[in-house]
Design a protein around this ligand. Structure first.
Ligand code: SAH
Ligand code: SF4
Length: 382
């Protein structure tokens, strides 16, 4: 069921049905879906194959769309877009061109890169799913900020539509990672609908294998995701420690879904043949970066089809926590490599614009300050 307050997120089938109320032929519904989801046109006034009457009605129903209010390009070509939602809240999305193979690819759970088109640069886009986040991880700017509200499905996919206009002629969106601001599985309905829209054959028709959902470990929703999309959607788990007590100190969600339950959900995830679950491990100096911690990870993940991404923590405001030095990072990686894991250190891309994926609240920018004053936690305001 489509939430009545999110008409932009209708599927073609729902649009066709809605055309009855508009007094229009059903095929007009397909056209509207294509304008929004395939061509990335959010403003009905620009949907030129529709009548003026229908465009006016649509404008009234759909209301204002989100817009890009700032773009920062870093030296390595990573672009961060600041997106303002219709109610004035701001989120961020990051474009990661794949010249720098390790990062964009390491961010996804897709080992198969798919067909390469000569002369084109593949782009991975990192998107947000909530304004802020309720999970309270101590090293994360969104966690410190707390949750302001869930994003709607149309706002989630809207980030891709807005960014499509910022792609260079030689660039092509190839992967989408739900690793921006927020916990996608805490906003399950909207996240699931976003997946449905992105993979719909009448829209962008993305393969679900090219989408990766990153989660701090909401066990029931991991199961739901696996069942709803038949294990096709890539899964990334933010682990950060293999010991319950130490993990809970970094991520309060671990008290609710401890490692035993999380590992059970991972074993049951109906992973497609040849695919791996991505394990994200943010290395925080003095908190989870010892060789013992690394050995614990190796024991915990033994025999699971995973690849491990080590991410040295990006320093954030309002926290003294920081990354270990490079030597320690490499020693941690070596323990895991010696135990035969695929283990990569993810370079922090776009550091000069605070665009590191997964750390999207802009340091020192107004929206963050606004979150921090509020210090909300728990459920969103309705
Ligand atoms: N809420 C989801 C997805 C968004 S966070 C999740 O937690 O998985 C995406 C990734 O960014 C997570 O692995 C998170 O641990 C990481 N991250 C958050 N803050 C970070 C920081 N300051 N430095 C490095 N990685 C960070
Ligand atoms: Fe939320 Fe992910 Fe940040 Fe934790 S790391 S607070 S789950 S966005």
């Amino acid at each position: 069921m489509i939430a009545s307050n999110d008409p932009r997120a209708r599927t073609p089938e729902e649009w066709r049905e809605a055309m009855g109320d508009f007094g229009e032929a059903p095929y007009r519904g397909d056209q509207i879906f294509q304008w929004i989801q395939k061509k990335g046109v959010l403003d009905p006034a620009a949907m030129t194959n529709l009548s003026k009457t229908l465009r006016d009605k649509l404008s009234e129903e759909l209301g204002d769309a989100a817009r890009v209010v700032r773009e920062h390009r870093s030296e390595d070509d990573t672009r961060k877009l600041l997106v303002e939602l219709a109610d004035g809240n701001q989120v961020e999305t990051v474009l990661l061109p794949s010249g720098h193979k390790l990062d964009a690819d390491a961010a996804t759970a897709d080992d198969d890169d798919g067909p390469r088109h000569p002369g084109t640069t593949r782009v991975t886009q990192c998107i947000s799913t909530q304004v802020g986040c309720a999970m309270g991880c101590v090293f994360c700017a969104s966690g410190i900020a707390g949750l302001k509200r869930h994003m709607t499905a149309s706002e989630i996919v809207g980030q891709i539509q807005l960014a499509s206009r910022q792609l260079e002629p030689n660039e092509r969106l190839s992967h989408v990672v739900f690793m921006g601001m927020g916990e996608p599985l805490h906003n399950y309905e909207a996240t699931a609908r976003a997946i449905t829209l992105l993979t719909h054959e009448k829209g962008l028709g993305m393969s679900p294998r090219r989408l990766t959902i990153s989660t701090s470990g909401l066990v029931p929703e991991i199961e739901r995701l696996g069942a709803d999309f038949d294990g096709q959607v890539g899964l990334a788990i933010s682990l950060h420690n293999a010991n319950d007590e130490r993990r809970s100190a970094l991520m309060p969600i671990n008290d609710r879904y401890p490692l035993r339950e999380l590992m059970g959900a991972l074993r049951r995830y109906p992973l497609r043949r040849g695919r791996r679950i991505t394990i994200e491990y943010t290395l925080v100096s003095g908190q989870n970066d010892s060789l013992d911690d690394a050995r614990g990870v190796a024991r915990l993940l033994a025999r699971l089809p995973v690849k491990i991404n080590l991410i040295p923590m990006n320093p954030i405001e309002h926290s003294d926590l920081g990354p270990p030095d490079t030597k320690r990072v490499l020693a941690f990686q070596q323990v895991l490599r010696d135990a035969d894991f695929h283990c990569f250190v993810r370079r922090r891309r776009g550091d000069d614009v605070s665009a590191a994926c997964g750390q999207l609240v802009m340091l020192g920018h107004e929206p963050n300050k606004q979150f921090l004053r509020r210090q909300p936690r728990g459920e969103p305001e309705e």
